[in-house]
Ligand binder design. Structure first.
Ligand code: SF4
Ligand code: SF4
Length: 361
């Protein structure tokens, strides 16, 4: 066998200093040293004869040991020259049967009074299946249960809820009751809680109840890039190759009722009091961020995590450059190190621009 070939669900992503091998089926990420990544043909196969010819001394043994470990971890297999071209590569198209996939709704008061049957119909027209409700004030029980009932009877597949932790709701077991009664809740995050923990995992990987001591009391808390939020799967990978990995097919309504790409952005496409979601999407400029891929963003285009990482176009390292790296990412792909973004000297211009100097509480 003179070739090593990756399984088609395993993809190589080259960075400036190293590469990642992402197993999109198992959701795992492995690191590959640059000398081996550079030997991959069409990012799929390694010619082992060439590897031995082009590589010097102990490096051959080192690279062959890595390839053996890739085979052991079921990321690829040994084959020959005639065979490897017969294995089809992964289809890299991203197809999604919806005009809008995600909708974020923010409220400072705990109320979303526009969330009525006719609003659910608007979401239905767009085939929007995922909704995130971000409460920066405590929602009255009746009001939230009304919304959850509307969601239950709709095409919406899942809802993620963020809300302030509340002693009365805690002692009344309200959070657990919601998780049990409303099966479309994928996660309920109570922020400002006394401690941080996951209490319960519901059936079919839905219904997480999470407590966090963090204060998520404004849209400015969004946009943090963290390894714990990486998403290694075919949908994220193919979407990030073709579209923006945060804003593509997303719509939001901020605390003022303004319809936007994301609540943290300035551009408004009308107010939900006098504009429909369909009208907002049809306005010039609404889709302008949808096609900005990570391969076009400065620094990210050299990062080996770019196809498992989410993007952020609302908070930029250089606010004047729409292709600038996300402000709230502390990773440097040129030295492969993570650092705290908020204290980084090069981030201070962006931090001042967006008024993020102090926590928003
Ligand atoms: S663009 Fe940034 S702030 Fe807006 S939703 Fe995406 S990650 Fe959050
Ligand atoms: S540099 Fe940061 S934001 Fe850019 S792809 Fe890498 S981890 Fe993601």
């Amino acid at each position: 066998m003179d070739y090593f070939l990756l399984y088609s669900n395993c993809v190589l992503v080259k960075g400036a200093h190293r590469a990642t091998l992402c197993d999109l089926q198992k959701g795992a990420v492995y690191f590959i040293p640059k000398p081996l990544a550079d030997l991959f043909l069409e990012d799929q196969a390694v010619d082992l004869v060439q590897l031995r010819e082009k590589t010097e001394g102990d490096m051959v043994l080192f690279l062959m040991e890595i390839i053996d470990s890739l085979v052991e971890n079921q990321l690829g297999f040994y084959t020959n020259q005639q065979e490897w071209k017969r294995f089809p590569a992964l289809n890299k198209e991203w197809l999604f049967p919806a005009h809008i996939s995600h909708c974020i709704l923010d409220t400072a008061t705990g109320r979303l009074d526009y969330f009525t049957e006719s609003f659910v119909e608007q979401l239905s027209k767009l085939c929007c299946n995922f909704v995130q409700l971000r409460f920066f004030g405590i929602p009255p029980i009746e009001h939230l249960e009304n919304i959850l009932r509307l969601i239950t009877g709709s095409q919406i597949k899942s809802v993620e809820i963020l809300m302030p932790w509340n002693t009365a709701y805690e002692s009344g077991c309200t959070y657990g009751k919601w998780i049990n009664d409303y099966k479309k809740i994928s996660s309920l995050v109570c922020w400002g809680a006394p401690s941080t923990c996951v209490v319960k995992e519901g059936a079919r990987a839905m219904g997480y109840l999470l407590y966090t001591s963090e204060q998520i009391n404004a849209a400015t808390h969004c946009g943090i890039i963290d390894q714990g939020m990486f998403s290694t799967n075919i949908t994220t990978y193919t979407e990030s190759l073709n579209f923006n990995s945060c804003l593509n097919r997303k719509i939001s309504i901020d605390i003022q009722g303004d319809v936007k790409n994301c609540p943290s952005m300035k551009e408004s496409y009308g107010n939900i009091g006098d504009t429909t979601l369909v009208e907002a999407i049809g306005k010039p400029g609404f889709k302008k961020y949808w096609n900005i891929t990570k391969d076009q963003v400065s620094i990210c285009k050299d990062c080996e995590f770019r196809h498992v990482c989410t993007d952020c176009r609302a908070y930029l390292e250089d606010p004047g450059d729409v292709y600038s790296k996300p402000l709230k990412c502390g990773y440097d792909p040129y030295i492969c190190e993570w650092a705290e973004w908020s204290t980084h000297p090069l981030k201070q211009k962006g931090i001042n621009f967006y008024g993020l100097e102090k926590p928003a509480f």
